[in-house]
Design a protein around this ligand. Structure first.
Ligand code: PGA
Length: 259
């Protein structure tokens, strides 16, 4: 077993990639390479349309499935949107809230992101709330102000997770250094500790996201404040995703779990 304070989570965000047959093939490859006792909780976020296929193909494995977004209302006249109950019904246990691409493409505000997280929690889904500063905000020295604002209304719930995803590192190949990421994670934990109490902040899992690859995963995973990854591009290949999972294996252990 690992000596980490919190069980890590490895999440793969497929964004608008992959068809259903590809999702089924991926599940076969992932199951074949997965250690008997994965060193992290593993979750995949496919497109809405591939959720049932992937959930079925992963049934009985430790890998869970989540939605990339949800509507804050339980049901209603919201064309094109998906509710928490519909995600659960399709086989999801998790959902992403406020990914920077949703904030950018769909004008999602902090208030709307928090409303979505509350709706997810109310329905029994585990939300991963995504936060992070843009390149301009970092250059202007506003990183901590932005993070502070994005988590100001974060609900206190043990089922909720945070993902720190600096916008300048997403899909760019430019990963935050372990120092930069760990600084942001420490800031978030301290800030939430002051507002919601130390015990809650100590248990809260904060994932890092932004150009995580098998090459940089171990260095990032070694940081005590980094409790897992939200991986985009490198999650599309099951071999690369499994290699990233290996970064959470206790040092010296074979990530495949074989003797
Ligand atoms: P990336 O995406 O790993 O391709 O940078 C991360 C994310 O958007 O969650």
């Amino acid at each position: 077993m690992s000596d980490r304070a919190r069980r890590p989570v490895l999440a793969g965000n497929w964004k608008m990639h992959r068809l259903r047959a590809e999702a089924a093939d991926y599940a076969v490859a992932l199951r074949a390479g997965l250690p008997a006792e994965p060193p992290a909780e593993v979750v995949l976020f496919p497109s809405f349309l591939s959720i049932p296929t992937l959930a079925e193909a992963l049934a009985g494995s430790p890998v869970e499935v989540g939605g990339q977004d949800l509507h804050a209302q339980p049901e209603g006249a919201h064309t094109g949107d998906v509710s928490a109950a519909q995600l659960l019904d399709a086989g999801c246990r998790w959902v992403l809230c406020g990914h920077s691409e949703r904030r950018r493409d769909h004008g999602e505000t902090d208030a709307r992101v928090i409303a979505k997280a509350r709706a997810a929690l109310a329905a029994g889904l585990r939300p991963i709330v995504c936060v992070g500063e843009s390149r301009d905000e970092r250059r202007a020295g506003q990183t901590f102000d932005v993070l502070d604002r994005q988590v100001a209304e974060l609900p206190e719930d043990p089922a909720l997770l945070l993902a720190y995803e600096p916008v300048w590192a997403i899909g760019t190949g430019e990963t935050a250094t372990p120092e930069v990421a760990a600084d942001a994670h420490r800031f978030l934990r301290e800030r939430l500790g002051r507002r919601l109490g130390e015990p809650y902040a100590c248990r809260l899992r904060i994932l890092y996201g932004g150009s995580v690859t098998p090459d940089n995963a171990s260095e990032l995973a070694a940081r005590a404040d980094i409790d897992g990854f939200l991986v985009g591009g490198a999650s599309l290949d099951p071999r690369r995703f499994l290699a990233i999972l290996g970064a959470f294996a206790p040092s010296g252990a074979d990530p495949r779990g074989t003797p």
